[in-house]
Unconditional design. Structure first.
Length: 260
């Protein structure tokens, strides 16, 4: 083993050996650490590379093991591709291409499951009838919840580009609420006649819209129709075996599958 070398990659420190860094002589790292290309130093004397520090761990691990190991929920393939292209490690380029083909095949066969829930809630609000004259009113409001799971992360991103929350006078994509790449929970309300616009904001009530159709979703029937439209355009079809017909017709469970 050669003496350890500490690298500063975009502000993140890594310690490895010269033999590891030069294991692929024709690569950018091989050229840098064999003296063909001059290296820069940071204030501590560490070799400095002005690239993404977080992604470098996967590149360094490949130099050590000749295997590209990525976490199952890895979401930065585009960034990794750009970093791999910079370092020009040919076996790693080929390994990344194989990984992308593997992920693409996994995305083609997919399952989509949506569980729906609906309840009625009474809202109380103040109505301004004239200057200095207010009256207290109440109305029943339909409250909807949809729990969505898909093995296809790309489909949930597609869904996020079509469905928007309306809140505080603004539309915002539901993709910003996608914290888990395979799960999404939507909660929204139907519009209530006579409920002032500012009351939706005050009571933290979000409505749901479909864009670019600019269509509000005020019922589960409309929601199901819109989701089916989006899913079928992406190659999904209704699973003939599940769920039970009565559950599907009652808008409780939607299960779609895709084979490509």
């Amino acid at each position: 083993m050669s003496e350890p070398i500490t690298l500063n990659v975009g502000g993140k420190l890594y310690t490895t050996s010269l033999s590891t860094l030069t294991s692929f002589p024709d690569s950018m790292l091989g050229a840098m650490f064999s003296g063909k290309i001059p290296t820069k130093k940071d204030s501590q004397g560490n070799c400095f590379i002005d690239r993404d520090g977080k992604i470098f761990r996967y590149i360094l691990n490949f130099l050590r093991t000749s295997h590209l190991d990525l976490p199952e929920d890895f979401q930065e393939m585009g960034l990794l591709r750009r970093e791999v292209d910079f370092y020009q490690i040919q076996p790693l380029i080929e390994a990344l291409q194989e990984k992308e083909v593997e992920l693409s095949k996994a995305e083609k066969n997919a399952m989509l499951n949506i569980t729906l829930d609906q309840k009625t809630q009474t809202v109380h609000f103040t109505v301004r009838e004239a200057p200095q004259i207010y009256s207290l009113s109440s109305s029943n409001m339909e409250v909807f919840s949809a729990h969505i799971f898909s093995t296809s992360c790309l489909f949930l991103k597609l869904l996020g580009s079509k469905l928007y929350y309306c809140f505080n006078g603004n539309l915002s994509s539901i993709s910003s609420y996608l914290q888990d790449p395979n799960h999404l929970t939507l909660d929204w309300v139907a519009s209530v006649d006579g409920l002032p616009e500012e009351e939706y904001t005050r009571q933290n009530l979000k409505r749901l819209w479909v864009v670019p159709d600019n269509k509000q979703i005020n019922s589960f029937q409309v929601f199901v129709e819109e989701v089916l439209k989006i899913a079928m355009s992406d190659g999904f079809c209704i699973d003939s075996a599940h769920p039970h017909t009565s559950d599907f017709m009652n808008n409780k469970i939607i299960r779609l599958i895709r084979y490509k």
